[in-house]
Design a protein around this ligand. Sequence first.
Ligand code: MN9
Ligand code: PYR
Length: 399
Amino acid sequence: MRMRAAGRQGQRSGLGARAGCSAAAQVRAGGGAGAGHGCRQAGPASDPAPGLVLTSPASLPTPRCWGPAWAPPALGPFPAPCLSCLSAMASQKKLQGLVAATVTPLTSDGKINLSVIGQYVDYLVDKQGVKNVFVNGTTGEGLALSSQERKQLAEEWVNQGKKKLEHVIIHVGALSLPESKELARHAAEIGASGISAIAPFFFKPKNKDALVAFLREVASEAPHIPFYYYHIPPLTGVKICIEDLLDGIKKQIPTFQGVKYSDTDLLDFAQCMDKYNKEQFLLLYGVDEQLLSALAVGATGAVGSTYNYLGQANNLMFQAYANQDFALARKYQFCIGEFLSFVFKLGFGVAQTKAIVTSLSGIPMGPPRLPLMSASEEFIMKAKAKLDSLPFLTTYPAK
Ligand SMILES: CC(=O)N[C@H](C=O)[C@@H](O)[C@H](O)[C@H](O)CO
Ligand SMILES: CC(=O)C(=O)O
């Protein structure tokens, strides 16, 4: 909490610095959107801040096996965070443990329902022991929301989370680069603790360089908060190997902080842990049913939909693992697996997650947005009965 406050302080100084610098600051060449940035440094746009290594097109690696028409994307300078932002970033409490991928409450007529977010925050913190959220992601139906809705949700989460949540990460990925940049800028301006983006998945990046060039443009709109790449190949179809992606990425994206890793490729994940943990990259695991395997190779954090309602059980699994009580940790993972494997067979996705969260929290999360269809009554009944048959997951030892 204290650190969060420090982050906010830094954020404020960032905005202050922007005001202070504005007369002298030059807008980045071609960067019409530049006016919204915090942390612009005075001086010519091409002046890198001391200590920041900026990559010019000439120093990009030669692409592998890519047609003759390929040219490395032109990279503009990455805006340099001011010193107070850098120190705020360094003092922000390290993101670790569980991050709930929040659902987006909708009214029965399909509008976003901001009125329950405050209650939702309290439920996560008090009932689930979860103090970090990932907003507008897959579970939050981010890609089914308008930009305006995404911004309203982001603001509500940041405001309601003040003094209660430690990290509010806003997913800003979109199919269009300007939209993603605008969401990134907005998240930074409202005081989010970090941003994340998936790879665009209609026109897909064909290789690492194209993906990094896209992510860099997005991250550069929020130059004083951490950026996480959201790797979810089962949904995006973008299967760029993360071990390769991380190689040299800090040079291109100075705010790069880690990956939300929603794939079952534990070899790639483990290679990343082994090679890049030293660089302080955070590798947040995103396949909840396999979390214990990720802990075994060194993961210290996880983002997922089930932490909305199995937060306590997963916290206890983390704790058992940390205490080297592997039998207990396995018992939690097996039990979580029993529930998930049961609901997978019934058909499980965001709509079903919303129904389960509604039923367990008592907060009306509403239907999903089309083309997703509401979970059936039968699903809700069976899922609830299954959870009731696994009291180990939902009753906790007194603290
Ligand atoms: C595809 C998807 O939504 N994955 C989520 C996070 O990335 C997970 O939290 C899953 O919902 C969870 O592991 C259950 O499969
Ligand atoms: C699960 C997750 O992280 C998401 O819903 O985006």
